[in-house]
Design a protein around this ligand. Structure first.
Ligand SMILES: NC(=O)c1ccc[n+]([C@@H]2O[C@H](COP(=O)([O-])OP(=O)(O)OC[C@H]3O[C@@H](n4cnc5c(N)ncnc54)[C@H](OP(=O)(O)O)[C@@H]3O)[C@@H](O)[C@H]2O)c1
Length: 292
């Protein structure tokens, strides 16, 4: 499979596309806001005006858009992917969405004679650009095997989990880790500052222990310098927290910490911090603790 299509060239989609081009694949791309396809165009991607044309030109179409409603829009509405169907077409959804929605979406594709796989990923643009994402895949196993070469280009680890919905479920469980880690790190930095300890020392101590994480070893040092350029926006993490809660409600699961986190990240978005990196939750805590 050499002809790949990309629907959605935001922060993640753009980086995945650049790596596919670098790896020798032919790429056709579409984004609702056309300017965000400029970098891919410069590197040789064919830019088209509809998801339908992406499908017509591709064997594998990867959707990387904001949420389930955006996936449905680019898939099924006027000029959507299904209108460009042909017998070799496979659709892979890399967006982070509700697993129950994903099941419905895959069924609707199936009714239109198209196989859809769930292919959510962990890792941001910095690792997507070198093909070092971690992918969770689900859906038809034979189709998965046919596409495995493409997945191995995009990710350095690929986990096949089972039927449609399962990969998105585990992806949400991963984003729950991101949610809590960013909060714990931000509250730790805030507390250290309040007792007049340089947060760099706090990070050095944390990173000398069993409780260190990739986040504390890397992003932590940017956070204490108020550097919050987004690799994954706070607004998109809040969207995922809401998705986790919707999913837990359908599954009749109680996730008390996620409920609390929704309140904190939700207020941060309302307060105008949504375009920052998700670690910008530290900047929100700073504002919350400003003494008037
Ligand atoms: N960034 C990461 O590190 C990361 C990692 C793993 C998973 N993800 C997931 O991947 C997806 C994309 O993330 P991102 O970071 O690339 O976000 P982003 O930069 O905010 O990009 C969002 C993309 O979705 C498109 N979009 C939104 N609503 C749409 C609609 N109704 N119809 C068509 N297109 C629509 C946007 O188009 P416009 O440009 O026109 O707005 C843009 O291409 C999200 O589900 C996110 O949770 C992100």
């Amino acid at each position: 499979m050499q002809k790949i299509g990309l629907v959605g060239t935001g922060i993640l989609g753009n980086a995945v596309g650049l790596h596919l081009l670098e790896s020798g694949y032919q790429l056709t791309a579409y984004n609702r806001t056309t300017e965000k396809t400029n970098e891919l165009k410069k590197k040789g991607a064919q830019i088209v005006r509809t998801p339908k044309e992406v499908a017509q030109n591709s064997e594998v179409v990867i959707t990387v858009v904001k949420d389930a409603s955006a996936v449905k829009q680019v898939s099924f509405e006027k000029d959507g992917i299904i209108h460009g169907r042909h017998k070799d077409l496979v659709v892979c959804d890399m967006s982070t969405i509700n697993p129950l929605e994903s099941k419905n979406i895959s069924e609707k594709f199936f009714e239109n004679d198209i196989v859809m796989l769930d292919t959510p990923v962990m890792g941001g643009p910095n690792v997507a650009i070198t093909g070092d994402l971690v992918m969770m895949a689900a859906g038809n196993k034979n189709t998965f095997n046919k596409c495995k070469g493409v997945f191995d280009t995009i990710a350095n680890k690929v986990f096949f989990l089972g039927e449609n919905g399962t990969a998105h479920g585990v992806k949400l469980a991963m984003n729950l880790q991101i949610t809590m880690l960013a909060l714990a790190l931000s509250e730790g930095i805030t507390l250290s500052r309040a007792v007049n300890v340089d947060p760099k020392i706090f990070l050095e101590i944390l990173n000398s222990t069993y409780f260190k994480t990739g986040m504390s070893e890397n992003k932590g040092y940017k956070m204490i310098q108020d550097k919050f350029d987004a690799t994954f926006t706070l607004e998109n993490l809040e969207k995922d927290i809401n998705t986790i809660l919707d999913t837990s409600k359908s599954l009749e699961l109680e996730l008390p910490m996620t409920k609390k986190a929704k309140e904190v990240y939700g207020n941060a978005v309302k307060d105008g911090f949504g375009n920052l990196d998700y670690t910008g939750i530290l900047a929100y805590l700073k504002k919350l603790n400003e003494k008037s």
